[in-house]
Design a protein around this ligand. Structure first.
Ligand SMILES: Cc1cc2nc3c(=O)[nH]c(=O)nc-3n(C[C@H](O)[C@H](O)[C@H](O)COP(=O)(O)OP(=O)(O)OC[C@H]3O[C@@H](n4cnc5c(N)ncnc54)[C@H](O)[C@@H]3O)c2cc1C
Length: 459
């Protein structure tokens, strides 16, 4: 028989002041970053340690309480707040387990080149610790001040340096995570090679809080990039980007980031106060960061030799140029008259230009008016599609139309943000029957009562 969750027992584990039940205090944990997803929960429980998370999950197992892990709440697919529909259909209760108090960062190990962090440590804090030891954390997102270790691992976040270092999963050397029944999995060893059985940290990475609550991560660190140069380049044709990137590599430079923006997106950001950098009106603006000795001079040579006319170049960190790219997400959120439709997709690189043209045509053809703004991590073929001003009743159909276009082109309906609640109906479209059956079997094996983030990933 299901009983109600035991607030008193939870309070004895984490302390009274860390079991929040007041509606006003809970509100900010129950709405996602986009403002689109609002959920319900019986309490927000703010744990401080792995032991507390383990005890909380055991207590929740005893009462059949669902647990939604939440880090910085910057996720963009509705995975970090409880599902209102699922919550209301459940006989039992739901808590949000917030890791915001779990911010410890161990001393950086300069020999093993790694750092152990608690799940709630932010990307910015991890990078600050790495930089203080003359090392560098490979993951960087515009949400760096809020997004947490647990969140980026749970979503297998990408960001701007995937082209150089790979995504978050590739940075995970070890992990501590708590299963639905409170048992703790701990693999915490900086060994670079350790092929003993299944790669459980690799599986939990990208599982969006549905398999375990991550409490700590042992991240690999990398050497800092050295002198960098940043070019903002106007191009008419998306294919030109990849030719240029190849030339930059052949010139002996290391490509650190390749970000794509469109005329429409840069226009919005400039209207919002950012300084324009290019004089031309090219269809695309590409921000290319490269590193190496005399990076600025050598990058300038490559652009000259390639006959690029519409470009500006700056020594790294080139904040003013990066600002044009980094302000996109927030500016778009503010510029749209309705909550924008946001879709994070991957398109084969050769199809990028045509896909953007098709998208513009779809937006132009709708009767209600819609401004498409696309930007993203070009080197990975990863586009963030934003459709502004779309009336709420039209949003689902338009999103479906775009995702169908992605699938028709052999792309992916989720590049780096995950499935969350927004895209769960696409799981079976994007993956085969056997594939989905194995995912469900794994979920059932570790969380048979479906209490960890119910409603995320699986429809
Ligand atoms: C301005 C902006 C820019 C962004 N840029 C990028 C980008 O370039 N690349 C990219 O990939 N994403 C980007 N994002 C999306 C977002 O920042 C990432 O998805 C990030 O990984 C979420 O981290 P978080 O700590 O905020 O997680 P949350 O939003 O709190 O949670 C996200 C998911 O992870 C789960 N989760 C969180 N913590 C844990 C834990 N400890 N254990 C188990 N599960 C957990 C949640 O249940 C949820 O399913 C951006 C977002 C914003 C607002």
């Amino acid at each position: 028989m299901v009983t109600r969750f035991d607030a008193h027992r939870l309070a004895t584990i984490v302390g009274d002041q860390h079991v929040l039940t007041d509606a006003d205090v809970m509100a900010r944990y129950l709405v996602d970053w986009t403002g689109r997803r609002m959920g319900r929960a019986d309490a927000i429980v703010r744990t401080r340690s792995t032991d507390e998370v383990s005890a909380v999950l055991s207590a929740c197992a005893a009462t059949g309480t669902a647990v939604v892990a939440q880090g910085g709440n910057t996720g963009l697919v509705g995975g970090s707040v409880p599902d209102d529909r699922v919550a209301s259909n459940r006989a039992a209760s739901t808590i949000v387990l917030s890791t915001e108090r779990m911010t410890d960062i161990d001393t950086v190990d300069p020999v093993e080149m790694c750092v152990g962090v608690q799940a709630g440590a932010t990307i910015a804090a991890i990078e600050a610790a790495a930089a203080a030891a003359d090392l560098h954390f490979a993951i960087d997102l515009a949400s760096r001040d809020s997004a947490t270790a647990g969140g980026i691992v749970a979503t297998n976040a990408g960001g701007v340096h995937v082209v150089r270092h790979g995504g978050t999963r590739a940075q995970v050397l070890g992990m501590e995570a708590v299963l639905a029944d409170g048992r703790v999995i701990r693999r915490w060893n900086p060994l670079r090679k350790d092929n003993v059985g299944y790669d459980l940290p690799g599986l939990i990475a990208g599982s969006e809080g549905t398999l375990a609550v991550i409490t700590g991560v042992l991240f690999t660190l990398v050497d800092p990039p050295g002198p960098t140069a940043v070019a903002l380049i106007g191009v008419e044709n998306a294919d030109q980007i990849f030719v240029l990137v190849s030339k930059v590599r052949r010139a002996g430079l290391t490509v650190e980031a390749v970000e794509l923006m469109t005329r429409a997106g840069v226009g919005l950001v400039v209207e919002a106060g950012a300084r324009p950098a290019l004089t031309g009106a090219s269809a695309f603006q590409v921000l290319l960061e490269a590193s190496g000795a005399q990076a600025t001079e050598r990058l300038a040579e490559v652009l000259n030799d390639a006959g690029v006319e519409d470009a500006v170049l700056d020594e790294g960190p080139a904040h003013a140029l990066w600002e044009l790219r980094e302000r996109h997400t927030e500016t778009i959120a503010r510029a749209s008259t309705t909550v924008p439709v946001k879709l994070d997709v991957t398109i084969r690189r050769r199809d990028l230009g045509q896909f953007i043209e098709d998208l513009d045509a779809v937006a132009a053809a709708v009767s209600f008016g819609c401004r498409p703004v696309v930007f993203g991590h070009a080197a990975d073929g990863n586009l963030h599609v934003n459709l502004l001003d779309v009336p709420l009743p039209e949003q689902a159909a338009l999103a479906r139309r775009v995702l169908e276009m992605v699938i028709a082109r052999g792309g992916s309906v989720s590049a780096e943000h995950g499935i969350g609640r927004d895209k769960r109906d696409w799981l079976a479209v994007a993956r085969g029957d056997a594939d989905v059956a194995v995912m469900r079997a794994i979920k059932n094996a570790v969380d048979p009562d479906n209490r960890l983030n119910p409603g995320a990933i699986f429809p």
